[in-house]
Design a protein around this ligand. Sequence first.
Ligand SMILES: [Zn+2]
Length: 232
Amino acid sequence: MITQSDFEYAKAHPEAREEFVRRIDIGDREDLIADVSYRPHIGRLKKALAGGNNGPLMSTSKTHCGQSRIFVYDNAFDNYEYIQHADDFLSCLLDHERYHARQFERDENRPLQAMRMLHWELVKRVARPRNWNCDEMAALTSTINRCNVAVKASIEIPAYEHQLRRGTYVDRISEKFRSRMEESLLKYTKFEQILKCNAGLDLRDAINDPASFYTTVHKNIIAIDREIILSL
Ligand SMILES: [Zn+2]
């Protein structure tokens, strides 16, 4: 297992990070996680797309063979606001990302399919031969954004709850890291409450029935957007 000094060395020496990540024992079946790899260029791209401030630390995706791949980004080493200790890093990788791998195994590709269905609902509406005014276009765009967040929240809330309440590293992570993770969880649970109170929707509906989820969000988008703005 890696130590704090291994982690400090990898933080100070970017060329050592690939090997550092490869050495971590992910302790899982090979058919669940294909590999864990260091991908700084994807991390920098995601950070730029997110506005250049906070990019992701790590991410998990599913391969066409059914296994998961975990990518570790440079932010996981360079962002002192988030990860300060080796245990913070391991909490992120083994308690949070590995949980995503198990979710994807149980739910197969359903979150991804839900995303595709939600985008298809938008395409069907925009492709109708009529002139859309600015308010209608804004409502459609906002609807698809809120639906995307709902799919993400349905995956992230259980992962953060596992990491912060039941994870292996729950008693070892730094206070700063814990409060950052709690903030991320709170952001998603607030969103979950807004959807429930203003549209009577459950997050799982976004995955179980994306088409009617989209329609209900769209019908209530003004109330949902107002509540989100008030909660900021
Ligand atoms: Zn996550």
